[in-house]
Design a protein around this ligand. Structure first.
Ligand code: ADP
Length: 178
């Protein structure tokens, strides 16, 4: 599913984030950049040890929730991995929506700073971090929509949803937006 916004496009696909051929792949990292399951496990497994070596060297203090940092992409078919730290869901009254939006926003900034024309996101925070998928989809797409114009060189923003449920949630949110 696709939506055109002038020269830029938001695309939703069902699939595996590690298989995407784009300039930047976004990782759903934790604030220690310590490695984990889900998206993070898959990225380090397919990308090889170089990615973790780089995060250890460049970001020994990790990355705060709501922000992101960039490394190379190891063996993945991308130029960069952007390690984004979304919030853990604890009911919605601890600034989760703002933190999630801020993580997506920072990824777009890093994509712009690193001359990326294409970027692939997983659905941040909706696995181990338990953010409700319908709400997460609205925040994710709303934030990207609001900030696309700030990153004019980014032509393609692809959301890679791992299964049919998350895909349907993102499709509904994209329809609302478009
Ligand atoms: P978080 O800790 O931020 O919640 P997770 O990696 O646990 O991150 O999950 C984020 C989302 O990514 C979940 O919806 C999960 O189903 C999905 N996911 C897990 N593995 C992959 C993958 N290889 N590609 C794309 N999405 C994935």
């Amino acid at each position: 599913m696709r939506a055109d916004f002038g020269q830029q496009m938001i695309e939703l696909v069902e699939g595996d984030i590690t298989a995407q051929r784009v300039d930047a792949i976004v990782n759903a990292a934790n604030s220690r950049l310590a490695g984990g399951g889900g998206v993070d496990g898959a990225i380090h497994r397919h990308g090889g040890p170089r990615i973790m070596q780089e995060t250890d060297r460049l970001y020994p203090d990790g990355c705060p929730t709501g922000s992101a940092v960039v490394t190379g992409a190891g063996n993945l078919a991308a130029k960069h991995v952007i390690h984004a730290v979304g919030p853990f869901w604890s009911g919605g009254r601890r600034g989760e929506a703002e933190l999630l939006a801020s993580a997506y926003r920072r990824c777009l900034e890093l994509a712009r700073e690193n001359d990326c024309a294409s970027i692939a996101f997983p659905s941040l925070s909706t696995g181990a971090y338990r953010y409700p998928i319908d709400q997460a989809a609205r925040v994710a797409l709303g934030t990207v929509f609001d900030h696309l114009a700030d990153a004019p060189a980014v032509q393609l923003v692809r959301f890679v949803l791992f299964s049919a449920g998350p895909f349907a949630a993102f499709a509904a949110a994209l329809e609302e937006l478009h």
